[in-house]
Each structure stands twice: as C-alpha cells, then as structure tokens.
Design a protein. Structure first.
Length: 275
C-alpha cells in the first residue's frame, strides 16, 4: 500500500457523512459536496449561511506532504490525516449550528399527554398540551385514530383514546393545519381483566399438541394459558381478542381453559375436551 492510498483510505469526505444529520427540508433543497480533490465545502444553491463561504480545514503540507501529490496526501502513518479530519469535523459542527439557526421554529408541538396510561379497552379521556393547535385536528395513538377530538385552545386538545392492540408504550401524534407533532412513548396501554369465550378446536388428543385459538376480551395482557391447570406451550398473544397456543398433555375429559392475566383471569369452564 502506498502512502497516497493509505491516506485516501483514512480521509473520507466529510459532508456526505454529516448530511444524514441534517433536517429533511435542508437535505431536500441543498446538495453538499466535499472531497480531497475539491476541498471547498459549501452549499450549491446560494443559501445565506454563515460563514460564507464555508472554509475548509488547513491542508496538510510540509514534512507530511508526499510529492508530487496534492498536500492532502499524507504519510502512511495517517497522523496528519486524522488531524485534518478532526479540524474539518470542528468546522462542520459549526456549520451545522449555522444551518439550524436558519430553520424556522416548530409551528406545532406536543409536550404532555395526560393521563399517560389507559386500558386496552380504550375510552380513556386524554388531554394533550402543546402549541399551535387549531381545528380541524386529528390525534392517533400508535396509528389508531382517537375519538371526540376537541381543540380546547391553541395549547390544549382533548380526545378519547382508542382501543389498544397490545399492552405497552405507544406514541401519540397530533395533526393540525399548522403541521404534525409527535411524542414517542407518551402513552401506555395497560391490561384488562380477561374473558375467554371461545376455544377452537374444542377437542384434542390426550397426548397434547393440538394448536388452538382462544377468543375473548382483555387477552392482550395474558401471560400464560392453562388447560386443566397445566400450562400450554407456544402461547402467542395476537391481539386483545385473540391468542393461539398448543395444548399440553392431560388425562381424558373436559377441562377448564384459563387465560392468566395480572388484571384478572379469563376462564372457560369445561372449554376443552381431551380424548
């Protein structure tokens, strides 16, 4: 490996790497360029950024230069290349700060969701606090539309949380004429007491191994399923109303099927029969 090749391996164009950190509306309008053969770093659409023009870090020269290549080509140790890249990174950070200062302030925000918890059944009255609110407005919880959305003021919206699919934390999104605001992890769906109303098929071998589908309500918080007191395997909670599992072995006869839920178990009396 020659000294020139070693340097070009270590020094990568700065802007393409930092471009990913820029807001979409900037990257969509401005192409950024930087390379060792074209050290000038500035936007190509004459946006009024400061400093203008953007300056490049000082090129390596003198003892670290490898004639007759450009002075950016350093020795095989790469020490000069690292120093140059560090200086360029400092310049880039300053330029990103200048870019951020030119961006318009957010037109709408979402700062609080209260209360921050509700059951999977939905129906919890929730108040959203932020800025820039005006009708018409829509609100979603994990992508599901809330109901009874009312813009109470420019800083407050009330709504009713929709039914949840599974227990856990979800994001809330507010959309108003001024724009969309999002707050991730701002609302938690908690378990409902379970009810078990159906088991299909309802008959299986005493040896176990039958794949069954359990239906009901509040099943989203289910932690396990038992048949005659013996735990099923391969339990998969598909939704608040649907679970699949595999029956364990059991003596012949009808047994209770229980969806075990911290908020309250759901029991089907004699819901499955072993043959």
């Amino acid at each position: 490996m020659t000294a020139t090749t070693a340097f070009r391996t270590e020094e990568q164009p700065v802007w393409p790497r930092y471009r990913a950190n820029l807001p979409a509306d900037i990257t969509g309008k401005t192409a950024w360029t930087h390379s060792i053969m074209s050290p000038a770093t500035q936007p190509n659409d004459a946006r009024p950024l400061t400093p203008t023009p953007f300056t490049d870090a000082t090129d390596v020269s003198g003892a670290n230069a490898v004639a007759p290549q450009r002075p950016e080509c350093a020795t095989a140790t790469g020490a000069a290349a690292i120093a140059k890249m560090t200086a360029e990174q400092t310049t880039v950070n300053a330029q990103l700060t200048a870019i951020a200062a030119l961006l318009p302030a957010p037109t709408t925000t979402l700062t609080t969701v209260a209360p921050a918890t509700g059951t999977l059944a939905g129906g919890t009255a929730v108040t959203l606090t932020g800025t820039g609110y005006a009708a018409p407005a829509s609100v979603t919880f994990n992508g599901v539309a809330a109901t009874n959305v009312v813009v109470a003021s420019a800083t407050s919206i009330t709504c009713v949380a929709p039914k949840g699919l599974l227990t856990g934390v979800v994001g809330v999104v507010v959309t108003v004429p001024a724009g969309t605001s999002h707050k991730s992890g701002s609302y938690t769906y908690t378990a409902l007491a379970a009810t078990a109303t159906g088991c299909v098929p309802a008959v299986g071998l005493a040896a176990g191994g039958t794949t069954v589908t359990l239906t009901g309500t509040g099943l989203g918080g289910t932690t396990s399923v038992t048949f005659g007191g013996t735990a099923a395997t391969n339990v998969v909670v598909l939704s608040n109303n649907l679970i699949t599992c595999t029956t364990p072995a059991h003596a012949v006869g009808a047994v209770n099927v229980v969806a075990v839920n911290p908020a309250g178990n759901g029991t089907m009396t004699n819901g499955f029969t072993y043959q």
